[in-house]
Design a protein around this ligand. Structure first.
Ligand SMILES: [Zn+2]
Length: 160
């Protein structure tokens, strides 16, 4: 086995037992909890892609992923291992493309997808998540308002 393959196998092995409750994820969860938000953790969101999201707001259908800078190839911190840099670049770019494909499937299934970088400030990340939740609340309120039957009293005062 070549060195690169050996490294890759080891990393795959580590990735399979995906680290849960990483520091950036915990930080985001803490901020959202403090703001009274409730959500599921590490939950399957698409049976088609077998995608699990880190935070899931099932009613609002918002799926949040906290992406590690290395594996998801963050532009600010992506730093390729010196050995076999080109192979790593190809592999990590493929990871990003896979993320994008999975996002597309999820969006087609009615999810709002929020991707948070592990380097991102948890307060700002929480703001982004809450913006999606607010959008959903707005839609639901709109629906509720339009489905409210007009009372006869109101009807008589409504100009024709
Ligand atoms: Zn980063």
């Amino acid at each position: 086995m070549q060195q690169w393959e050996a490294d890759d196998a080891r990393r795959k092995h580590m990735a399979r037992f995906r680290r849960r409750d990483t520091a950036p994820e915990l930080a985001l969860r803490r901020v959202l909890h403090a703001r009274g938000r409730r959500f599921f953790v590490d939950r399957l969101v698409s049976s088609r892609t077998r995608t699990r999201a880190d935070l899931v707001f099932s009613r609002a259908r918002v799926a949040v992923f906290v992406d590690g800078c290395f594996w998801h190839f963050c532009e600010e911190h992506a730093h390729l291992p010196k050995a076999n840099a080109e192979l790593w670049r190809t592999k990590l770019l493929a990871n990003r493309q896979r993320d994008a494909r999975h996002d597309e499937v999820l969006r087609a299934e009615g999810w709002k997808v929020v991707r948070v970088w592990e380097h991102e400030d948890p307060v700002q990340a929480a703001d982004r998540v809450e913006r999606e939740l607010a959008l959903w609340a707005h839609i639901v309120d709109g629906r509720r308002a339009s489905s409210t039957p007009t009372s006869p009293l109101n009807r008589t005062t409504t100009p024709a």
